[in-house]
Design a protein around this ligand. Sequence first.
Ligand SMILES: Cc1cc2nc3c(=O)[nH]c(=O)nc-3n(C[C@H](O)[C@H](O)[C@H](O)COP(=O)(O)O)c2cc1C
Length: 342
Amino acid sequence: MTAVWTRILQAARRYPSPHNSQPIRVRIADPDRIELYYDLDRGLPAEPYGIPFGHVCAGIFVELVAIAAHAEGSDVIENLRYDDMAFDGSDRLHPLGTITLVPAGGPVPDLDAELIARRCTSRLPYDSRTVEPAALAQLDVEARRWGHRLATTTDRPVVDEIVRINQRTLFDDIANPAVRHELATWLRYSHEEAARRRDGLSAACLGVPGRVLHWFVEHHTWWSRPGLRDVARWLYLRSMRGVRQLAWITGPFATTADSVRAGRAFIRCWLLLTAHGVAMQPFGSVITNPRAHAALVAAVAENQTDPHDGQEMTWMLMRIGYSPPPPRSHRLSVDTLLVEAV
Ligand SMILES: Cc1cc2nc3c(=O)[nH]c(=O)nc-3n(C[C@H](O)[C@H](O)[C@H](O)COP(=O)(O)O)c2cc1C
């Protein structure tokens, strides 16, 4: 692998993925060209939006490669594939297409590639400040470049209601055996386990002591008893203190190509938030749970067309604000990302 690809992949491997499962794999096809794959064994089949969010992840990765390549003085030629993906497919590496580097003779104007390493999810309490309208306007311009819209609210009853919807969805998901078992495979209960495996959701990043997290997942029927459920809810909602603003993105989300494009818009908006020092946590579960999604759409009065017949869907929701620097999540090494002949 050339030194340039090593540097680009060092940056791109920090891409965010649901449960930090890091499903993207890379094959160095020749010195200028990489092939990308989605590792189905790292997908989330129990999640209703496992496939579309898988394609969102692919779009995020492709976009980060482009931003990192631009900083290296290269243009990229993308030859992406938008084939349907199925978690039970016999071929476990689903091809996503290729990216070729073309020297541009100097850095190509783009977002600052340093933002890629700084970006992270903050699940800490926020400090009640709302984000500068000018920064949000910049995000909306970026989203619109990709055919999407970014909207926000600081309406206290709406924010509080959606935060509660997110909490209820999380607890409902954990009560669902398939979703709980899948989530449990990605939870890392100690610093040692998180650092050794370099993937998944660490207790530290979730802001919950490892033992409490283990108890909560393993003895969820216990926690769902009246009284104890209230304690669990109270503990979880403590992490949402100071949340005064939510943002969501609406746009085409019906096809594979739509989801890949959505991922590209999403990561660019996230990097812009990082540039403005804004903390963010996606509330992806509210999107993937149909009941929660319907409640969200009603609460924010977004007009939706059926994503399968029509054009638009609110496909991402997040809390935004300001927090101290959160614990950092781990990443697999570049070597682990690489696959040999497929
Ligand atoms: C499509 C998508 C959906 C996500 N949904 C959630 C979510 O529902 N709740 C959450 O806490 N984090 C969510 N995340 C954040 C990931 O868990 C996070 O990016 C990953 O653990 C890596 O951590 P980092 O963002 O700090 O690098 C989501 C990320 C993506 C890309």
